[in-house]
Design a protein around this ligand. Sequence first.
Ligand SMILES: C[S@@+](CC[C@H](N)C(=O)[O-])C[C@H]1O[C@@H](n2cnc3c(N)ncnc32)[C@H](O)[C@@H]1O
Length: 198
Amino acid sequence: MVHELPVQFAGVRGNAVLLAQKFLGEILREGSVAVDATAGNGKDTLFLAGAVGNSGKVYAFDIQREALESTAILLKESGLDQRVELIHAGHEHMERYINRPVDGFIFNLGYLPGGDHGITTRPETTLQAVNAAFNLLKPGGRISMVVYTGHRGAGEESRAVEQMAAGLNPKLFGALKVSFLNRPASAPYLVLIERVKQ
Ligand SMILES: C[S@@+](CC[C@H](N)C(=O)[O-])C[C@H]1O[C@@H](n2cnc3c(N)ncnc32)[C@H](O)[C@@H]1O
């Protein structure tokens, strides 16, 4: 069986983050529930908050208070803060905070841009979080992961993510790896996952 993973490619050029957002933007609707597993400076959270509409909900996690403060400012400036719950906790604990089915997740891995490059996502907790996301993901729901290669431990993390995605049952999930051929090999790439509709 072939599972289609259509991704709007227009305007993306070499921007992995934008492509990750587009992959989710295709399925998020007014009233959707979405999770930003790594809020960082809030750009992905802002995108999700726009995509879920007034009746939707976004949960955004980060272990750094500084990141959540930047995200809060961005949301407030855009008038979308009411749609978002900011959670100061590791994404590996997401099931403690979310008790409803989720349409889409974004994991933008690595370190906080402009922050401490020593504080990064880590293979064990990233995998725990993705497993938690599978428990919450609706049929037809999607997970976008932006995977980086530069930070300490990045090689181990990227291998773990790819191994996890490669092992998914193709009857239940579509899983893609997308890298940009005309960017350096060290450029971020994507792992895109879709739970099939039942
Ligand atoms: C590349 S940044 C995210 C970028 C962000 N999505 C944006 O749009 O600006 C990665 C973030 O992951 C956070 N992080 C690291 N480990 C985490 C964990 N276990 N749970 C949640 N966030 C974590 C870091 O603090 C950092 O802010």
